[in-house]
Design a protein around this ligand. Structure first.
Ligand SMILES: Cc1cc2nc3c(=O)[nH]c(=O)nc-3n(C[C@H](O)[C@H](O)[C@H](O)COP(=O)(O)O)c2cc1C
Length: 384
């Protein structure tokens, strides 16, 4: 392939470029991966209504997310360990997002620290946090993000416990590993010399930038997994979110809402936004595809907070479908990580240009010159 044309092409390139264990970590869903797949295929159940002979000569994809202007209604969502996909991966992705005029969300479990990313990118940054049992450490992370000038906290609520990812188990990165598994992993790394040079050698230090004080052996993924199992708090309730509010002066988006009842509580509590998400099908398999869950949630929220959505979004057409079903914007996950793994910052920048062009054409051919004009009238769903 000479020139990758879309997210699927970047996926192919990422598969070649990355050691199998890291491509599988990126690509995989939980259990039988039904939901991870359904997130993608469900977009085929939503069709765009083509309209003709409307003057669409003046079009704009500009919009607002969480009160800030964006060039298109997209943010790069939190993807943990992105620094394993390309050298200083989070920095490269944040720079590409900044150039594209969209926010970049730094995951708690990034390789580059929030300070490194903030120093390297002038664009809008968000910070994602999981609730940790060690509230003192969680508070410290919030303070660090705030000190970097970040105003939006993305608080992930769908990871009380970890869904099993069988690919990671098979590749020996989901728990304790024996000598044979260790050798197989090393062989996998050594047989990807371009990755080895770019990431393992030139991309040092390979540590969890936000968690250095907490993760005893940041170079070992099994040790990290152990820390996650120990620290992620399965006792968290809606009441605990008051603690988060007390310690975060900015806006908060709850990420991982999939049910209208939960969306209703979040809106009642006055959160700025929710992200309709099933963690890219990486948590509870067999839950609904997000694009199917979205309309009922939008109806339940009834404009009380912003509703973003992620899961299976691979093109600007998918973005327009999500907007038509009531989303204010979309988070990208694997799509940007594929581009990063394939071609670094330039890959992410090129993919964002592709998304923008795809949104533009979908707007033009559905007769919408602004993002605000996109509504349910421009789609036909399988339900009518
Ligand atoms: C490799 C990988 C790592 C992820 N890490 C995080 C994370 O650290 N925090 C988080 O809230 N979500 C995380 N997610 C979930 C994404 O933010 C997002 O919900 C999901 O990827 C969207 O689905 P998509 O990849 O099909 O677009 C991760 C997803 C992937 C694929």
């Amino acid at each position: 392939m000479l020139v990758p044309a879309n997210a699927y092409d970047y996926r192919q390139l990422a598969k070649k470029r990355l050691p199998k264990q890291f491509f599988d970590y990126l690509e995989g869903g939980s259990y039988n991966e039904h939901t991870a797949q359904a997130n993608i295929t469900a977009f085929n159940d939503v069709q765009l209504r083509q309209r003709v002979l409307q003057d669409v000569s003046k079009r704009s994809s500009a919009h607002q997310l969480l009160g800030k202007p964006v060039a298109m209604p997209i943010a790069l969502g939190p993807v943990g360990l992105a620094g394993l996909f390309a050298r200083r991966g989070e920095v490269q992705a944040a720079r590409a997002a900044s150039a594209a005029g969209i926010p970049f969300c730094e995951s708690t479990v990034s390789l580059c620290s929030i300070e490194e990313v903030a120093a390297a990118s002038k664009g809008e940054l968000w910070f994602q946090l999981y609730m940790l049992k060690d509230r003192g450490y969680a508070k410290e992370l919030l303070e660090r993000a705030h000190a970097c000038g970040i105003e939006v906290l993305v608080f992930t609520v769908d990871l009380a416990v970890l869904g099993a990812r069988y690919r990671d188990t098979r590749n020996g990165i989901a728990g304790a590993q024996g000598v044979r598994a260790g050798l197989a992993r090393a062989t996998d790394l050594l047989s990807h010399p371009r990755w080895l040079l770019d990431v393992a050698i030139k991309g040092k230090p390979l540590v969890f930038g936000n968690l250095q004080a907490a993760v005893p052996n940041a170079k070992s993924l099994p040790a990290f997994k152990h820390w996650v199992d120990q620290q992620f708090d399965d006792a968290v309730t809606w009441q605990d979110l008051e603690w988060v509010r007390q310690h975060w002066p900015g806006k908060i988006m709850l990420k991982g809402i999939l049910d209208a009842s939960d969306a209703n509580i979040a809106a009642d509590m006055g959160f700025s936004a929710i992200a309709v998400s099933n963690h890219g099908g990486r948590q509870l398999d067999s839950v609904p595809a997000t694009i199917h869950a979205l309309p009922a949630i939008v109806d339940a929220v009834a404009g009380r907070c912003e509703v973003l959505v992620d899961g299976g979004i691979r093109s600007g057409l998918d973005v327009v479908k999500a907007l038509a079903l009531g989303a204010n914007g979309c988070l990208l996950g694997r799509a940007w990580a594929y581009a990063l793994a394939a071609q670094g910052e330039q890959g992410v920048a090129n993919l964002m240009a592709t998304f923008k062009a795809e949104i533009d054409v979908a707007q033009a051919l559905t007769g919408c010159t602004t993002i605000a004009q996109i509504n349910r009238d421009i789609v036909i769903t399988n339900n009518g």
